[in-house]
Design a protein around this ligand. Structure first.
Ligand code: PLP
Length: 393
C-alpha cells in the first residue's frame, strides 16, 4: 500500500465529489447554454456549484467565474485588471515567493511595459506588511500576494496586506490555491478584490478552477467567444468538473475545522517523531503560521541529496515532494522560494516537502516515523560507500 504525502501537489478525488460529478458525465450531458430541458438541468447543476463555491468564500454567486485551472484564474485576475489600464498606470506589486503562475504572468506583463515590484520575505517565509506599505506608488494598480505558500506552507497576513492595498486605492488579488478549504477565507471580512482557487487541491478534479471577482471590479477577458461566464471567460463550461468543485467546496466548508485539527495533530506528531529519531532535521518556514498538514524539512549534512531521499522514500512506498525544482537530470535546482527566504543555495537545494491530507491515516504517519531513520541511515551508508570509492580511486 502506498502512502500519499504530497497533497500540496494534488489531492485524491473525494468519493463524494466523484458521486456528484458522475451524472454530468453520463445522462446530464446538456450544454448549460441550451434553452431545452437538457441544457437547463446542466445549468442548474452548475449554478448550484457556483452557490457552493460562493458560500465557502462568503461571496455572492455572481462573483464567481469558473475557469479551467488555478493558473488560468490567476492569469485572468492579473492580465484582466492590467488590460483595463493605460500604460503609465501599470505598477504591480507581488512577492518573491509566489507560484510561477503569478511570477511568470508578471514577467510577461513586464515585457509589455508594466513595472513589477517583488516584495522580499523574511526567513520564515512571511511577507512584511510594512514592505508593502513603502512599495506602493501613485500608479500601483494591483497587488498580488498568495494566501499560503506552496513550498513552505507559510500563511501570509492577507487581511493586513489587503487593507493597506485598499487604503491606497489599488486592487488586491490573492492566490488562494493552496489555502482554500484549509484555512477560512471570508470575503465579507477580507478586503480582497480577486481570489483564485483550484479544484484539484481541494479533493476535486483537475482542470477546474475559479476566480472570485468582487462586484464592481472590471476585468478584460482573456478568452473571447460565446460570452459564457458573464462574458469574462468564454467557452462551454466543464459542467461535471464544476459540479465536482461545488461539492468539494461544500464538503470543505462543513469539514474544514475538523480536518485542520486532525491534520495539525498528525503533522506535529510526525515532526516530533522524526526529529526525535534523527538528529539534524530542521523545519523551513514559520513554525506555526503554516498550513495544517504542511511540513518542509531540511536534513543537516544531506542538503545535496533531497532528490535521492525522495527516490528512496518512493521505493519504500511514500510519495513526497522536494521543495526544489527538479530538472530532467534529477539534479535539484535550488528552490527559488528558499533562496528568497535567505537560505544559501546548498540548503535551498535540500528540502523535502511532506503534505498530509484528508485521507492520511495515523497508521501511515506511524509507518513514516518508523521508516524515516532507516532511509536516512541508508543514505549515510551510501554516502560512506561513495566516499570510500572516491578515496580508493
Ligand atoms: N498557485 C499555487 C500556490 C499553486 O500551488 C498552484 C499549483 O500547484 C497553482 C497556483 C496552479 O494551480 P493549477 O494547478 O490549478 O493551475
Amino acid at each position: 500500500m502506498r502512502c500519499y504525502f504530497d497533497n500540496s501537489a494534488t489531492t485524491p478525488l473525494d468519493p463524494r465529489v466523484r458521486e456528484a460529478m458522475l451524472p454530468y458525465l453520463e445522462n446530464l450531458f446538456g450544454n448549460p447554454s441550451s434553452l431545452h430541458a437538457d441544457g437547463l438541468v446542466a445549468r442548474r447543476g452548475m449554478e448550484e456549484a457556483r452557490r457552493d463555491v460562493a458560500t465557502l468564500l462568503g461571496a455572492e454567486p455572481d462573483e464567481v467565474i469558473f475557469t479551467a485551472s488555478g493558473t488560468e484564474a490567476i492569469n485572468l485576475a492579473l492580465l484582466g485588471v492590467i488590460g483595463e489600464t493605460k500604460a503609465a498606470d501599470r505598477h504591480v506589486i507581488t512577492s518573491a515567493i509566489e507560484h510561477p503562475a503569478v511570477l511568470m504572468t508578471c514577467r510577461a506583463m513586464e515585457k509589455r511595459g508594466t513595472t513589477v515590484t517583488r516584495l522580499p520575505v523574511g526567513s520564515d517565509g512571511i511577507v512584511e506588511p510594512a514592505a508593502l506599505a513603502t512599495s506602493l506608488r501613485p500608479n500601483t494598480r494591483l497587488v498580488s500576494i498568495m494566501a499560503a505558500n506552496n513550498v513552505v506552507g507559510a500563511i501570509q497576513p492577507i487581511e493586513e496586506l489587503a487593507r493597506i492595498t485598499r487604503a491606497h486605492g489599488a486592487l488586491f488579488h490573492c492566490d488562494a490555491v493552496q489555502a482554500i478549504g484549509k484555512i477560512p477565507l471570508d470575503m465579507r471580512s477580507l478586503p480582497v478584490d480577486l481570489l483564485s482557487l483550484s479544484a484539484h487541491k481541494l479533493y476535486g478534479p483537475k482542470g477546474v478552477g475559479a476566480l472570485y471577482v468582487r462586484r464592481g471590479v472590471r476585468l478584460a477577458p482573456l478568452i473571447h467567444g460565446g460570452g459564457q461566464e458573464r462574458g469574462v471567460r468564454s467557452a462551454t463550461e466543464n459542467v461535471a468538473g464544476i459540479c465536482g468543485l461545488g461539492r468539494a467546496a461544500a464538503i470543505a466548508r462543513a469539514e474544514m475545522a475538523d480536518d485542520a485539527a486532525r491534520l495539525v495533530g498528525m503533522r506535529d506528531r510526525l515532526l516530533a517523531g522524526i526529529t526525535e529519531a534523527v538528529p539534524g532535521v530542521y523545519l523551513f518556514g514559520h513554525p506555526y503560521r503554516r498550513l495544517p498538514g504542511h511540513l518542509c524539512l531540511g536534513l543537516a549534512g544531506h542538503e545535496g541529496e533531497a532528490i535521492r531521499l525522495l527516490l528512496l522514500f518512493d521505493d519504500a512506498g511514500f510519495s513526497l515532494s522536494s521543495g526544489s525544482a527538479c530538472g530532467s537530470s534529477h539534479i535539484a535546482e535550488p528552490s527559488a522560494v528558499l533562496l528568497a527566504m535567505g537560505f544559501d543555495p546548498v540548503r535551498a537545494r535540500g528540502s523535502l516537502r511532506i503534505t498530509l491530507g484528508r485521507f492520511t491515516t495515523d497508521a501511515e504517519v506511524d509507518r513514516f516515523i518508523e521508516i524515516f531513520p532507516r532511509i536516512v541511515g541508508s543514505l549515510t551508508a551510501t554516502n560512506l560507500q561513495h566516499y570510500q570509492q572516491r578515496r580508493q580511486q
